[in-house]
Write a new protein. Structure first.
Length: 270
């Protein structure tokens, strides 16, 4: 069959009420329940006093490198010596023990992985299997634009009809489209920090190893920050502040004088 000779269907209006909308509502309600259930089961990451202190010192060092020109030279040098002294500086004196590689020493990592698997993979398989069994063989909607035959395996799961136009959508395909396509609705209802956003969750899963590596290599971060701060010299950003302010004041006054004749001319014309 060619695309033009494929069969066209006339759907029963009850399919919209008893198949299409229920699958949409089931997916939406499941996402809301999963969000609040994960909020209840979420455990705050344990942070030690040393980790908080190290993070704050790194932030202070970066701010000193960026905004050191807005303080006095004496204050800049005092802060730099406190952080970068060759023997007594914070980055040289403080040594941290690296935890077990890949976070194997932290039992909370395995617990979080189990929670993610239980809350995401298992319910998706169970609900998808139930929808496939309950609404098997249903053609429920049609996309409003023509598609090629390559889209048939994606949009018509559970229906093996070569004569059916590729624009029709089966019930199980409609469920997966809702499961991965309700991101904007969940963001509108739950906010941008919701736990249902699949793209954000996948990005976090990919970024977690890098975050763990950074936490483990705090000594390497100290060394890199020491090297960055070592080459920074004090450059007084407020050296010519008075002259720049006076020049701005003079330029604004001259511009106002230039506009006054035009204002007076306008008044005369009125």
């Amino acid at each position: 069959y060619t695309q033009d000779k494929m069969a066209e269907l006339l759907l029963d209006p009850d399919i919209r009420l008893w198949v299409l909308l229920p699958i949409f509502l089931i997916t939406l309600l499941f996402g809301l329940l999963r969000h609040y259930f994960e909020k209840l089961l979420a455990s705050e990451p344990t942070r030690t006093k040393e980790s908080i202190q190290d993070g704050q010192v790194l932030i202070r060092s970066r701010m000193l490198r960026t905004n050191g020109g807005f303080i006095s030279k004496e204050g800049f040098l005092k802060r730099k010596i406190y952080l970068n002294h060759t023997e007594e500086g914070y980055f040289k004196k403080e040594k941290r023990e690296a935890p077990a590689p890949l976070g194997m020493g932290d039992p909370s990592m395995a617990t979080n992985m189990m929670k993610n698997m239980v809350m995401n993979v298992l319910p998706m398989i169970v609900i998808g299997g139930w929808i496939s069994w309950t609404f098997s063989g249903f053609v429920i909607t049609k996309v409003p634009f023509p598609l090629t035959l390559k889209f048939k395996p994606m949009l018509q799961r559970g229906i093996e009809l070569t004569s059916l136009n590729a624009s029709w959508v089966s019930s199980i395909s409609w469920y997966f489209l809702n499961f991965f396509g309700l991101r904007s609705i969940f963001t509108l209802i739950l906010g941008s920090s919701n736990t249902v956003d699949q793209a954000r969750r996948m990005a976090e899963m990919q970024m977690n190893p890098m975050m763990n590596a950074q936490k483990q290599n705090i000594n390497v971060m100290f060394k890199e920050e020491w090297e960055h701060l070592q080459v920074v010299q004090h450059n007084d950003a407020l050296n010519n502040a008075e002259e720049e302010l006076l020049s701005l004041d003079s330029s604004s006054s001259t511009s106002s004088k230039r506009t006054k004749p035009f204002v007076s001319l306008g008044k005369k014309k009125q």
